[in-house]
Design a protein around this ligand. Structure first.
Ligand code: MG
Length: 335
């Protein structure tokens, strides 16, 4: 069966009866075998905890075994390994899968839960792949935009969270101090990014610049690997806020960002943090720098300080007209 995986499909579209049924059969087979050793319904809490620990250790061992046999044979480098190797791989994969299924069952998950989560994860990966895969040509013109402190009122949201959830108002000048790291983690895990306000004028300006044919590349250093909810929270927030974009990069390393956007022409980068602004400017990118409390002041010929989106728009208008002139001049020279 072939699956068509464009972004923007609904999770429900991926859940077919066959997928649920197939997972259900595997799960049933594993659970009935498991019951030969234990009657799960009569386990005490301690016994369940011990069983879960055994299963997790077993899973870990089987995954290591799989890694060893793949490394040893290096047949995984071939598209079609010889039969005995395929059988060995299949056995190792199944050993791992059986532990996973037993763990799922012990956690009380059924085939519907698994089919749904599998579909959601597949959709999520397809969506990210689609966004990161966008083809950029030399003639593509891009506006890079940071999210927190630029599109989203991160500071206001974080202070409100500290005040409301923890009942401890803090001095806004301390938000980027190391002592805030744990509180930031709690904010990230709580879905705090979903509740941020959009900074005034941001949506209108991005809509306008996009209508002129520029692509919007959103660049954020949000820790999406440590907090698996962050990717979804970000995408949902952008949709809710009505922010249209072309690429979303969870990356802050300047070199990686620029190589992802190459060979497109970057009109400017809108940024609120001094360090990132300086790095981009040093790499030759024009930066529109929005304010952040307690950030050092930076000066560079390519950095223009702006106080809000009204000023960003004024600057962009100027840059667009320069850009148009350059494009026209190049076209005339090319004849
Ligand atoms: Mg920022």
């Amino acid at each position: 069966m072939e699956f068509d995986l464009p972004a923007k499909k609904r999770v429900g579209d991926f859940i077919t009866e066959q997928v649920t049924l197939g997972l259900g059969l595997l799960l049933d087979m594993q659970v009935s075998q498991q019951r030969l050793w234990h009657d799960w319904s009569s386990l005490t809490d301690d016994e369940r905890a011990a069983l879960m620990k055994d299963l997790l250790l077993g899973l870990h061992e089987e995954a290591s075994e799989l890694q060893r046999s793949a490394d040893r044979s290096r047949y995984h480098l071939l598209k079609l390994p010889p039969l005995p190797t395929r059988e060995k791989f299949a056995e190792d994969v199944v050993d791992t899968l059986k532990y996973l299924l037993a763990i799922a069952a012990l956690l009380g998950l059924d085939c519907h839960d698994l089919a749904r989560a599998f579909a959601a994860k597949t959709l999520h990966v397809a969506e990210r792949w689609g966004q990161e895969k966008m083809e950029l040509k030399q003639t593509t013109r891009v506006l890079m935009v940071d999210i927190d402190g630029v599109l989203a009122d991160w500071l206001g949201g974080f202070l409100a969270y500290l005040n409301g959830a923890l009942g401890e108002p803090i001095d806004p000048r301390l938000v980027n101090h190391q002592s805030m790291d744990q509180r930031k983690d709690a904010f990230h895990a709580s879905g705090g990014f979903k509740k941020l306000d959009v900074l005034p004028g941001a949506v209108e300006t991005l809509t306008w610049i996009r209508s002129l044919g520029y692509k919007i590349a959103l660049v954020t250093a949000r820790p999406h690997r440590r907090f698996p909810n962050i990717y979804r929270d970000t995408v949902d927030w952008l949709e809710q806020a009505g922010i249209k974009y072309d690429i979303l990069l969870f990356e802050r390393e300047k070199d990686v960002v620029l190589s992802r956007l190459a060979p497109a022409t970057i009109l400017a980068h809108v940024e609120d943090r001094a360090r990132h602004a300086s790095e981009m400017a040093a790499a030759g990118v024009r930066v529109l720098k929005m304010p952040t409390p307690e950030d050092p002041h930076v000066e560079h010929p390519l950095i223009t300080h702006v106080k809000d989106w009204d000023e960003v728009r004024t600057e962009l208008r100027r840059l667009v007209s320069l850009d148009v002139r350059n494009v026209m001049r190049a076209a005339i020279e090319e004849g």
